[in-house]
Design a protein around this ligand. Sequence first.
Ligand code: GUN
Length: 296
Amino acid sequence: MSAKIIDGSKVASELRDEVRQDVKDWVDEGHRPPFLQAILIGNNPASNTYIGAKTKACKEVGIETDTLRLPDTVSAKELKKTVRQCNQNDDVDGILVQLPLPSHLSSHDVIESIDYRKDVDGFHPMNVGRLAVGQPTFRSCTPAGIFELLKYYSIPTKSKHAVVVGASNIVGTPVSIMLSREHSEGKATTTICHKYTKDLTQHTIAADIIIVAAGQPNLIKGEMVKEGVVVIDVGISRVADETREKGYKLVGDCHFESVREKASWITPVPGGVGPMTVAMLMKNTLLAAKKSIYPG
Ligand code: GUN
């Protein structure tokens, strides 16, 4: 079998078209356009790229945005003061602090300082908690994007065995909640693997669906998966490649060629999950502007 490709670029583009229309309708009703405030600390090249992609998507769908760039020496106090000003500004609908943060800053503290009603990343404990208990919430963008892809390609999760590799707060944990809870979209039997898992293959080989978000190129190889598995590769790492103009190429967490031979569906890197994350951020920002999750 050679897997069918899950085309995240195409699905994300269709989603952005929908959001653009919804933003237009919202503005035609007399509202100001949604506004996303991004905060970028330091000069991490990947973070710069992500913020660039988010800004471009905002322009495309009619969401206004601004990026506050703070030096990597910024104190926790100064950063939280900046966040507080955004919280209190009625013209700001969504706030995004790009991660990772410099090591002297606590991402927990910074995320918690964001007004959860403006937390379009869905990282605030209020939103993660509401996700876990099945209340309306800002779903974090990458897990939400993964579910949009599964829905688009009519790939069922109910009663399947899903294996999540990686237990980060940004992807592994929220996607495992969405997969596993009977009240949420997934309704799958869900295994979470992480760096303490003794025998990764024992789990991946039994999976109907693998979601890998470990940040380790080539972690999942063809011999570790069963025929017909659905593979969602969230990893995106830069590896040196002299033949490219930039000097690097982007790779996922799967050894694409060998996994593709056995899978029924697979996401490419780039062009799989990445564009979906940005599209879902647009959706969440519109929801924030409309106060759809937290009315009043
Ligand atoms: N760093 C990596 N992914 C993300 C994301 O989805 N949102 C933010 N704010 N930072 C990230």
